[in-house]
Design a protein around this ligand. Sequence first.
Ligand SMILES: [Zn+2]
Ligand SMILES: [Zn+2]
Length: 768
Amino acid sequence: MQTWEINIKGLVQGVGFRPFIYKHAIERNINGFVSNTSEGVCIQITAQKEMAEEFYRFLASHAPANALITGQSIRIVNKIDFTSFQIRESVGVSKPDLMIPHDIAICNSCLSEIFNENDRRYGYPFTTCLQCGPRYSILTALPYDRCNTTMADLAMCDHCSKEYSDISGLRHHSQTNSCPNCTIPMKWYSKDGIELSSDAAIILQDIKKVLLEGNIVAIKGVGGYLLMCDATNETSIRLLRQKKHRPAKPFALLYPSIERAGEDVFLSPHEINALKSIVAPVVLCRLRETPGTGICHKLIAPGLNRLGVMLPYTALLALVSFAVNIPLVATSGNLSGSPIVYTDEEALLSLTEYADYVLTFDREIVVPQDDSVMQFTANGQKIINRRSRGLAPNYHVNPFDFSGGVVAMGAELKSAFALVDAENLYISQYLGDQQDYGAQISYRHTLGHLTAMLQFNPQLLVVDKHPNYSVTEFGKTWADQIQVPLLEVQHHEAHFAAVLAENKLLTTRQSMMGVVWDGTGYGNDHQIWGGEFFLFDSGYMDRVAHLDYFPWLQGDKMSVEPRLSALSLVLNDKKNLAGALLAFNEQERAFLEKLVTQAPQLLTSSMGRLLDGISSLLGIIHYNSFEGEAAMNLQAMAEKSEDKSLDYYPIPRFKNRLQWTYMVQELLHEKMEGIPVNRIAYKVFVSLAQCIRQTAKEFGVHHIAFSGGVFQNALLVDLVKQIMSEEYQLFFHQQLSCNDECISFGQLAMYAIEQSMVTEKQLLHYQN
Ligand SMILES: [Zn+2]
Ligand SMILES: [Zn+2]
């Protein structure tokens, strides 16, 4: 017999790995110990060679469902005569090098306990087990153990302690264990800050009552506070919109069950799987013609034909949702444009402006996170709209082989940073619009928390080339302070590199075309890019074509007012110019008529603005009350078209410029002729897909990758696939969003391309 040390790396903490090892060691009568370390899990056993090797192989092939192994090793150490097998206290002496456990939605077994009258956790709002519960959001340090979470000060009762040490149970070494006897204290407040109750049963009864009476309630979730109200109550929803200054941005709805959700939306198997997954995201599902639960869908998602649906991801949300048994509006609790509120103090201070009642509890949230949002196209392609709770902060598997730590600061509007430390790659949750001061604080807090936990010191920083991004400025100042080099990366090149890296194509020998379409990004020629075609060949990236430039009118105002984009599109078209000017009042017209005679200071090739402009020219929308509203409404309009033929408007290429003017002129002509707007809108998206096909053909490329926020458009993605997948290989984002949340990852990928530091690491084990 010899003593063997087995080390396992990856996502192996907070997923029931130690109890799993314990159980199987006991079954085999092996003595030794297992502990969480700064690098993952360490096991020592004294056993015969055959037994040790069998155990080693078994651990990798039968790991718990939520675990993810990226590396494992076995070696002989000095012999120790163990007399039993034990789970030892964590040892966290060295610098951490591990994947961080993400938050996991409540599991079925916990759900059945809270609804079983005979169970001791019947109605208990903080029920969790080894397989579910908050992780990243309550983590203060590594490794993952109760003492390193915000539950550290809460002592387990005798019964819970017994469960904690019961090898056969669901809560063996469950770090978030608690029960009605050793409960997390909760408090129920009126909007005046008066404490109404701290008794769970009374509070739940009260919540049900006040929600059904039409009140707005702020409830603490996993990553922050949610504002909730009855989704069938028009007055409540109107009031919430009014108070949040949110006239049209869609709200997500919380349903008690898949069955209830199915009354309002169509659910594909992909969508059901996603809703029931451990991430439990908001899934944007197609709305039924007449929703069955009586929701006020025209107020919840004005003009749109998709609805954000989610299932309860904590026991508390499940109890509330089941009690009312109607869909509830469940939207991030925040001030308009600011990040989600996650502290109790802030909730009582600021959310009482919107909410009639506030429910807090004494489990502090360390890392604020919104709900993740995703959707599936009609043919099943997954599109991530927001990567946050349940998905952040790991990326598996790190494709880069950097010698030192690198931080990429990301983009401004849908910010998220990325960080490579030793073997692991972390990508933060969505951190909002960095023009907002609160979002800047949240960004710095999240970055500070992660770098402190990892004891991380960057050797290099990467920023966007955009001169006015506050995250770029922050990166520059930080690099100066700590005296490390700074690399600047163009925004759309980062997009393309991100989708290449996600598909393991950084070392490909194929010539790749990148189609990068979004709202804005600062271009290498100092113009505003956004409708770009790139080629990537033998490690070199070139911009080979783009939407022909049009004037960037009135700066950032253009992205808020699609009517300005419309005007810009018809500046040289006297006949239609008069029509576009009708969207302005007399005073504005006088100003604009003068403005357009002057040479424009900036030009843009933005696809986002082209779609905005078309939306306005078709009379669909002239103002965006939230980012992407015009493009989303144009898509919704197109999806209503009964005629799904693949006719298209021409977008010919002249040199490297794609001449969209032909399309705009023709569609305005068709509109005048009385062709229905929804048919024209559909034809616009077919034209864009055809334009991609035509450009790929002209450049003789057969491998095409897509990035940029425009590809959140499920209709466009399906049309591209329909028109192109027979002749071309198409690549989309996988774990990341195609919008600017992927920029930080793309910045790392551009650095890797420049340094030729790409590896092809394989995932050793990933169930699910
Ligand atoms: Zn559970
Ligand atoms: Zn207890």
